[in-house]
Design a protein around this ligand. Sequence first.
Ligand code: NDP
Length: 296
Amino acid sequence: MTANIIDGKAFASGLRGRIGALVPAFVARAGRAPGLAVVLVGDDPASQVYVRSKHKATVEAGMQSFEHRLPADTSAQALLALVADLNADTCVDGILVQLPLPPHIDDKAVLAAIDPAKDVDGFHVVNAGKLAVGEQALVPCTPLGSLMLLKDVLGDLAGLHAVVIGRSNIVGKPMAQLLLQQSCTVTIAHSRTRDLPAIVRLADIVVAAVGRAEMVRGDWIKQGATVIDVGINRVPANEPGQTRLVGDVAYDECTQVAGAITPVPGGVGPMTIACLLRNTLVAAHHRAGLAAPVGL
Ligand code: NDP
């Protein structure tokens, strides 16, 4: 058996197109474009790439992009003051503070300072709590995008056994909540889990969000299971001095067994930015007192 390769890049491109097509109707009713503010502190190269991509995608969707680049020695007070200004700015619907922050800044305090209605990353405890109790919330983008791919491949997820490997607040925990909302039977595995391969072998759905290159092996996967690889790991390539990206899943092995699988790159990664635009459009509608578009 060779797995169906889930084309996250194509799905994300379609989603971004649908979002962009909805923006003019919002502009006509609200009298302004949805606005996303992205704050980058310091000069971490990976974060710079992410912020550039987010800016480009925001503008392409017809939204306003507000970029704030601050030096690495910015004080916590100065960053909190900027967040307060963005909270008060009526043109800003979404605020994203790019993580990681420099070590002298408490990221929890910064995330807590963001207005939950503008928390398009879905990391604020108010949004995490709403997700946990099943209320309408802004949901973290990577798990939301992963769920969209799963529903696209499998349709109804009810009754399926999902094993989520990883319990971070950004990916693992919200992913598990979303799958539970879909009536999956959910197991959350982590670094202290005993006999992980045996647990993964029970799964109809495997979501790997660990940060360990190719940890999930082909003989862990049940025949026909759907595998979502969230991991992004840079490893040495065959050519000296070069690197390449791999996921948390041993892709070549798992494609022989799985029913469907996301590649890295080109799987979950592109969904994250598409869902950021989706959350910004939804937040903009709520803030303008308009019903959020359905089917996004
Ligand atoms: P974290 O480091 O915050 O969490 C990793 C999780 O993996 C932890 O819960 C940890 O367990 C668990 N873990 C570590 N080692 C093992 C092990 N040997 N067996 C089982 N579980 C283990 O990472 P994130 O959740 O932030 O990210 C996970 C991956 O996803 C990374 O590769 C990251 O780059 C990628 N990512 C990709 C995104 C995208 O857009 N595609 C967006 C966000 C992240 P414990 O809690 O016990 O320590």
